[in-house]
Write a protein that binds this ligand. Sequence first.
Ligand SMILES: [Zn+2]
Length: 365
Amino acid sequence: MIISNKIGIIVDEDFALKNKPPFPHPTFFSYESPLRIRSTIAYLEKNKVFEDKRISKIKPKLIDESVINLAHTKYYINSIKQLSNLECSILNDEVFITKDSFELAKKAVGGTIQAIEEVLNNRVNFSLALIRPPGHHALKENGSGLCIFNNIANAILYFRKCLNYNKNIAIIDIDNHFGDGLVQYFYDDPSVLYFSIHEYDFVEGDIGFINELGDGAGLGRSINFPIPANSTDDDFLELFEIINPILTEFIPDIIIVAAGFDMHFSDPIGNCMLTTFSYYQFTQNLLNIAERICEGKIVFILEGGYSLIGLPICIYSVIQALLKEEYQRPSSEFINFSESPKVKEIIKIKTTLRKLLGNYWTSMV
Ligand SMILES: [Zn+2]
């Protein structure tokens, strides 16, 4: 089947202006800033992306609090509202709150819902939500890792509970960090496949290990592919050896990418060495799979990615791949990284993972 390439990009100027970190650089908080979106939009405009007839700008869906309540407790939602009223506060070690936080986090959930809806209703072939704050660390009762509401989990619960949409969904999380919040929503749900590739850095965290495979009916539907710090493009792209056969066997109706770009070498928080070529190639490969199994339905939802120089180019490379256009890495990315590829570690991870997944997937035996 031939899939055309109409892309809906979810944008709203509030994401580029509001919820400015109240603390100066370089505190951890300061990275989740409106400049992430502002620099991205500027780069896309400079490259005439929005002048392309295949691309349309789409506003987030307006939602009310009851939608947020599908994924978060009333107590937690009220806490965010009250702290927003204080105009400047800290929720915990990893989340700051400003007067705009509640409304902007709600809008990020609305943007995620809109992105999925555009594709499910065939208005576009693909969508990309340029939203913030990110969501994949947020828990039902607490924010975490710069995330307030869990955008993707919340959107899926909306489709499940409000629209009776019950088909299989695959989430591919490529953020540098494990989606510890997102995975928990569907850990025992066999209709949601969660695959995460993340930097193997468990000095502070204690989940995201290779042997965490889901629970009950969801066993085998949570898959972790932890890779070492300093991993390169070739290391990263090994994920297809697992996700290609798994997705082919699972047959999702739609693929949602938790699109964090903090594995890019320029990122101030992640420690990997990817170039934008990884994101271009990842999108190309995933598109090939999606065209084969789910009529090409792919949605990208922005998660992390904090380099104001790297993030815009990563996003541009994804768009070029979706448009099936050529992509040249900028000359600034031709860097000879001194670290050698992590071939041995990656082979070990793949072998162990295949062994564990063989209990649940015939393609892994
Ligand atoms: Zn991250």
